[in-house]
Design a protein around this ligand. Structure first.
Ligand SMILES: [Zn+2]
Length: 183
């Protein structure tokens, strides 16, 4: 909970919005191809699908679906006021299409593949001007707003989780209930 008087600045410009109202969800800064309509994050000038030159800037999110996740048992790099012993990392599918890798908010017991996620911001540290330097992250969404977004393919997530150094935790906390049959 940061007081509304504190100015928030992105750790790097060009990736996400920072609403004036802290209660408002940020959005990711993406691109949409003018030819085929494919969405991308982060932004790009040339479409990776049809190679058309020319994209429009669009805002993506703030909701998504957890495709896979892992938990890193070391303090988050660059977070100076951290007392947490680790952090989640996940890949979140946006309804617009892109799959975004991001920090997750919560403990290892909080995540389940296929669950709705919501974008928000986390303060990493304070800069010399007294502003909060923030990153974007996803947290489990307590109020799912998109009943249509179901993706079954997430089940067979690779045991060796992609691109997360040092993280060994199995990507799939198998829930024995509804989904399954992966045996
Ligand atoms: Zn295209």
């Amino acid at each position: 909970m940061s007081p509304p008087t504190t100015t928030r600045v992105p750790i790097e410009a060009g990736y996400f919005t920072i609403p004036d109202d802290p209660q408002e969800a940020p959005r990711l800064l993406g691109s949409r191809c003018r030819s085929c309509g494919e969405h991308f994050f982060p932004r790009r000038a040339i479409c990776a699908k049809c190679l058309h030159r020319g994209t429009d800037d669009v805002e993506l999110g703030p909701s998504g679906t957890l495709y896979t996740w892992t938990y890193v048992h070391v303090p988050m790099f660059g977070k100076l006021d951290a007392e947490a012993e680790g952090y989640g990392v996940g890949q979140v599918d946006l309804p617009e299409g892109p799959r975004v890798q991001a920090i997750l908010s919560g403990g290892p017991e909080d995540f389940e593949i296929g669950m709705p996620m919501r974008l928000d911001l986390e303060k990493l540290r304070e800069n010399k001007q007294g502003e909060d330097v923030v990153i974007f992250r996803f947290r489990p969404d307590a109020s799912p707003a998109e009943p249509g977004a179901q993706r079954g393919e997430a089940e067979r997530s690779p045991g060796a989780s992609p691109a997360q150094p040092g993280a060994q935790r199995g990507a799939a906390e198998r829930s024995p209930s509804t989904r399954g049959g992966a045996a």
